[in-house]
Ligand binder design. Structure first.
Ligand code: HEC
Length: 312
């Protein structure tokens, strides 16, 4: 027991550091960048950007692209005015920041730290430099949350947008809009390895995450299939190539003439559907032409699926 525990800790220690030491890619759907404005001294409003993308290199150089046309002020006409007068139709703004990656890559899952980042906002030809204190939490082996520790304040004069703000005041007949803007960011990143390993289709992710079989044992089980199936892409025999079958839609491989039953089935080959099909091909999908009576042992099926997922 002790030995096993040791082995496990050791293994995770090896895995943990290099993974975070890789670059990171921004998870746009779960990230948020917002700024505040106060008009007439009293009315506070939050604006955000819905379209962000970004990457951090393994040396701790972060580059976030902000799609300025995705600004969301919750009022359409105001969005348009922001884009036209304040952002001057610049398309994108970029935010670059440098921080000490060594501090972050040491973090264990669940731990947090703060780092200082020397940052530059480039907006419509103007660069504004500022220091931002960032709060970093390691969420999992392969993801981190980076947020502003406090608000960061940017001056509209430094950002070169004062004329645009004047124009907004004039258009909306406002006596005043504050000239310093609080900014908050909540950014979630995944290490690049994970991104590379993640299949694009959501169904494939589900299937991929779940298969826990022994691929080596599965290779032996595949001997029962190999008379009719190859794993090489496009290599069809009596049966179709099983290249990339886990996560694929049934009966779609190019160059193989499937039965109508399989071709028109709309089945997505996940762990569940493949298991059911391989246990009883005829019973699961009547009318298909696979001359195979099925695998009787659950362990054989799960191991085979692990093999197909790894090698197919
Ligand atoms: C005797 C030949 C034969 C054997 C053995 C065989 N298959 Fe098949 N398999 C086929 C044929 C033919 C089809 C196409 C059936 C159709 O079009 O109805 C097929 C279809 C499939 C499909 C659907 C492919 C797709 O693109 O949707 C899967 C998955 C599959 N077989 C897996 C296996 C596995 C795994 C084994 C071994 C456990 C196996 N088959 C054994 C002949 C075979």
């Amino acid at each position: 027991m002790k030995l096993l525990l040791k082995a496990v800790t050791f293994a995770s220690a090896i895995v943990a550091t290099p993974i975070l030491a890789a670059g990171w890619t921004l998870d746009a759907d779960r990230s948020h960048l917002a700024y505040g404005s106060i008009k007439k001294d009293t009315v506070g409003e939050v604006n955000s950007f819905t379209n962000l993308s970004g990457h951090v290199t393994q040396n701790g150089k972060a580059e976030i692209e902000i799609d300025l046309s995705s600004v969301e002020t919750n009022i359409d006409i105001r969005n348009e005015r922001m884009i036209e007068f304040v952002f001057r139709k610049a398309g994108t703004a970029s935010l670059t920041a440098n921080f000490d990656m060594a501090e972050v890559s040491e973090l264990a899952v669940g731990e947090t730290t703060t780092v200082d980042a020397a940052s530059v906002l480039s907006l419509a030809g103007t660069d504004v430099q500022f220091d931002a204190e960032l709060f970093v939490a390691r969420l999992s082996e392969t993801s981190v949350l980076v947020s502003t520790y406090d608000m960061v304040f940017l001056s509209t004069a430094d950002a070169g947008v004062n004329a645009g703000v004047d124009k907004l005041m004039e258009l909306a007949s406002l006596p005043g809009i504050t000239r310093t803007v609080p900014i908050t960011a909540r950014l979630i990143f995944h290490t690049d390895q994970e991104q590379a390993a993640t299949p694009t289709e959501a169904t494939a992710v589900v299937a991929a995450a779940a298969i826990q079989g022994d691929a080596k044992a599965g290779k032996k089980v595949f001997r029962k299939c190999s008379a009719c199936h190859k794993l090489k892409e496009g290599s069809h025999g009596v049966g179709p190539s099983l290249h990339g079958i886990v996560g694929a839609t049934a009966g779609q491989a190019d160059g193989f003439k499937f039965s109508a039953a399989l071709h028109g089935s709309d089945i997505i080959w996940t762990q569940e559907t493949l298991s059911a099909f391989l246990a009883d091909p005829k019973g699961y999908l009547p009318g298909n032409r696979m001359q195979f009576r099925g695998l009787k042992k659950d362990a054989d099926i799960i191991n085979l699926l692990a093999y197909l997922q790894d090698e197919g």
